[in-house]
Design a protein around this ligand. Structure first.
Ligand code: ADP
Ligand code: ZN
Ligand code: ZN
Length: 761
């Protein structure tokens, strides 16, 4: 589309066709906020050669003709019948910020996720790019092609002559400052040259001072083992074929997947192409960075702590084609790589790949769309693939490659469960760590090994409960139990951060026997310190790791061996490669098992399998102890055996029976507001419209709810939700669009439509 439109501008219209109206151009634009558009504007003649889809423009809006920024999404010959259009006032960008192929991905996103194209485009373009931060306009001079003729007629001072000669010899245009410095003159002689018509100038946007990245020491390629070679060959075949294909690598933890990605990217680069590697934000550690920097010359690592200036700089270097590899979290899928050749998503099952604000996209689906658009392979890798991807692989939509063994013939660690019911009934343990786990810890420390303890819950204890009346201290705004944090002796709501001093008496019955029950990471830390007083131990969760860089620092201390015991939430479960870890303890495998979410078993399986994979990554061997109240649960039994296929075989029939993903499609509607009644009225109205729209269109769908959401109150707002299920995704979307089209909620009630939801709370 783009190329054709450009052609239109290249060709001068033959004179007999020049007719004021007939060849008028129109641009279709959308706004980043309401009114969203699309709207049409006419393109004034002087802008014709410059207007392109993907550029931003300024257009008048409303009868007051206020100038607003908008995205141009299409340019076409104005339809003869169309009414008079208002003209575009200005074109903002010199180059399109969004390529034609990305624009088509964005349009798909808006349609699939039922959101506005303007919202998607704003999400695609980093703030720093939109604001052009860290750049300035600069004027560059070169010698004019006509200078030779003019030179004879103009007399030059010696300084002017020197500046002219220097510029004529320069291989690229120079700014006044650069030229003046090179010749050793003031700006006067140069400006005089321009006045005499000897110089041409051109204004370009340039980067302010460039920060040079320190080069990482180079590392040689590792010789791949047979499984890795087989996997690389499959990717290479897809790269050679020059067509889109999705390859799912199911490789156990430590099977050497990353090494395969790296060598596949090297092939991609050898064709002059670029690659995007998506990893969960938490995995963007210095280790990951240096691993890629050591193997490629020009890598951009896009992590969440970049400043707008840095982000903009990376963006421009990517867009210029200079960067070979882009490593980043979710939003790196939008990197403006002009010659993309490969997309890799590591740990593809991670729920952080779904964005929880609009546009609520899942990066796996966006990546697939982009890869299709650009005819390139998409590689997904995981030790615990999502059931969505697994099903597609089973049905042949994805190519499945398995890597069932760890590299260098290292065995997977042995995993055993500890039944907490016995532990409690025998009265042996009052703490979080069972006798068996304690013994294993002592032994691991005696043998100079390191330990990881996982407890997926922050805080000192999870709740504050009165033994006399049973009252649990809850957040007044969110209706969830508040968590005791001992360091400051306060109670915190983990949803809205509401904080109060920990009460000494029960707020309900005034009893002084109030108890701090449950178990969080802070309490676990206290117990570990009490039991192993001479062993350096470190807690890692979002409370202790708030400061930028603290996560990296903690990992470095653990890697160096200074810290012997690392304990924390799921932060420590993923992707880390510490050869000296010989014991992993899961304090309570059941924390996620009973949440009101149909993916609870899948999440539990993933978490236990992933954290188990941190153990035994060297020839020192390793094992894993999993404490649970439910050792016979299918998810836990499968995790103990590292048996993903068995888990999937058990879980998929359940999903099928209930029509849950990956068999049915889902949309979740959440309505929230300060007044419970008003909120409920809005969701009831949506429910009624949904039913009517379904009846009218004949789309078969199941409506669950409306009901109060599991988090019935959050940050002071009441929440109701509704789940819609159907085997017909297009029909489902159409029904939702129709049903919500005319809902006009009161001011303080908002609703959210979440397509393919991952979050059910
Ligand atoms: P995964 O991504 O599957 O968890 P990695 O690619 O991180 O696995 O590999 C785990 C460790 O094994 C890394 O330290 C890596 O350098 C090393 N490794 C990878 N492939 C090989 C190989 N063929 N031979 C020896 N070591 C390897
Ligand atoms: Zn709260
Ligand atoms: Zn009480």
């Amino acid at each position: 589309m783009n190329a054709q439109q450009q052609n239109l501008f290249d060709i001068e219209p033959p004179p007999w066709e020049v007719d004021d109206d007939a060849d008028e151009m129109a641009a279709k634009v959308v706004f980043a906020e309401a009114p969203w558009g699309p709207f049409e504007y006419s393109v004034p003649d002087p802008m014709r050669g410059d207007i392109l889809p993907g550029k931003r423009v300024k257009v008048p809006l409303g009868h007051r003709r206020r100038l607003l920024e908008a995205y141009c999404i299409a340019v076409a010959q104005k339809a003869e019948t169309s009414k008079r259009l208002k003209p575009i006032a200005a074109i903002i960008d010199q180059q399109p910020l969004i390529s034609a192929s990305m624009l088509s991905v964005a349009e798909w996103m808006a349609e699939h996720y039922l959101c506005h194209l303007g919202t998607v485009l704003t999400a695609i373009l980093p703030l720093g790019v939109r604001g052009n931060v860290g750049t300035k306009l600069e004027t560059f001079f070169r010698v004019s092609p006509q200078a030779a003729e003019k030179l004879g007629q103009r007399k030059l001072s010696p300084m002017q002559a020197r500046a002219f000669e220097h510029l004529a010899a320069s291989p690229r245009p120079l700014t006044v400052r650069q030229l003046a410095a090179a010749v050793g003159c003031s700006t006067g002689p140069i400006l005089a040259l321009r006045k005499k018509g000897l110089l041409d100038d051109e204004t370009r946007r340039v980067q302010k001072a460039e920060a040079e990245e320190t080069a990482a020491p180079r590392e040689e390629n590792i010789t791949l083992n047979a499984d890795q070679q087989k996997t690389l060959a499959a990717i290479a075949l897809a790269l050679d074929a020059g067509k889109h294909e999705t390859i799912l690598i199911h490789g156990v933890t430590g099977s050497g997947k990353t090494e395969v990605y790296i060598q596949a990217i090297q092939q991609t680069i050898s064709f002059g192409r670029q690659a995007i590697v998506l990893v969960p934000e938490i995995s963007l550690t210095p280790q990951t960075r240096s691993r890629f920097r050591a193997r490629f010359d020009r890598v951009a690592v896009l992590h969440s702590h970049l400043s707008d200036v840095e982000r903009h700089r990376h963006w421009r270097r990517i867009a210029s084609g200079e960067i070979q590899v882009i490593v980043g979290a979710r939003s790196a899928i939008f990197a403006p790589a002009p010659h993309l050749g490969l997309i890799v998503i590591d740990e593809e099952h991670e729920s952080s790949f779904k964005q929880d604000i609009a546009p609520r996209y899942h990066v796996r689906d966006v990546a697939q769309r982009r890869a299709q658009q650009e005819n390139i392979p998409l590689v997904l890798g995981s030790a615990t693939p999502s059931l969505e991807s697994w099903k597609r692989a089973q049905e042949g939509e994805y190519q499945l490659v398995t890597m069932p063994n760890r590299v260098s013939n290292l065995p997977l660690p042995h995993v055993a469960t500890i039944d907490l019911r016995n532990e409690f009934s025998s009265g042996h343990s009052r703490g979080a760590i069972s006798r068996q786990l304690r013994r294993a810890m002592s032994q691991a420390l005696d043998e100079e090994g390191q330990i990881i303890l996982l407890l997926n819950r922050r805080g000192f204890s999870t709740h504050i409960q009165c033994p006399s009346c049973g009252d649990v201290l809850k957040c007044p705004d969110c209706d969830v139990a508040m968590t005791h944090h001992r360091e400051k002796d306060i109670a915190i709501c983990h949803y809205c951060d509401h904080q109060i001093p920990a009460p000494q008496r029960c707020p309900a019955c005034q009893s002084t026997g109030i108890r701090y029950g449950g178990l969080g990471t802070q309490r676990l830390e206290a117990e570990v310190r009490a039991r192993f007083p001479h062993t350096p131990c470190l807690r890692m969760d979002s409370d202790s790791m708030k400061r930028h860089g603290s996560h990296e620092e903690a990992l470095a201390r653990f890697r160096s061996g200074e810290i012997k015991i690392l304990l924390g939430t799921q932060m420590i479960a993923k992707g880390l490669d510490f050869p000296n870890v010989t014991l992993v303890g899961v304090i309570n495998a059941d924390t996620a098992l009973h949440l009101p979410d149909f993916r609870a078993a899948e999440r539990t399986f993933q978490l236990v399998t992933q954290v188990a994979g941190r153990s035994g990554r060297s020839n020192k061997g390793g094992h894993v102890l999993v404490q649970t109240f439910d050792p016979d649960h299918a998810a836990i039994r499968a995790a103990v055996r590292h048996d993903f296929e068995r888990f999937a075989a058990q879980e998929l029939p359940v999903r099928r029976e209930f029509g849950y993903p990956p068999f049915g499609h889902m949309i979740r509607i959440v309505v929230r507001g300060t007044s419970a009644e008003a909120t409920e009225m809005v969701i009831d109205a949506i429910a009624k419209h949904l039913q009517q729209a379904a009846d009218a269109t004949g789309v078969r769908l199941r409506i669950l709810g409306p009901a109060p959401a599991p988090l019935a109150k959050l940050r002071g707002k009441h929440r109701y939700h509704m789940l819609l299920q159907s085997t017909d995704p297009q029909g489902l979307r159409a029904v939702v669009l129709q049903a919500t089209a005319n809902i006009e909620p009161p001011d303080d009630v908002q609703w959210v439509v979440d397509v393919d939801p991952l979050q059910m709370l």
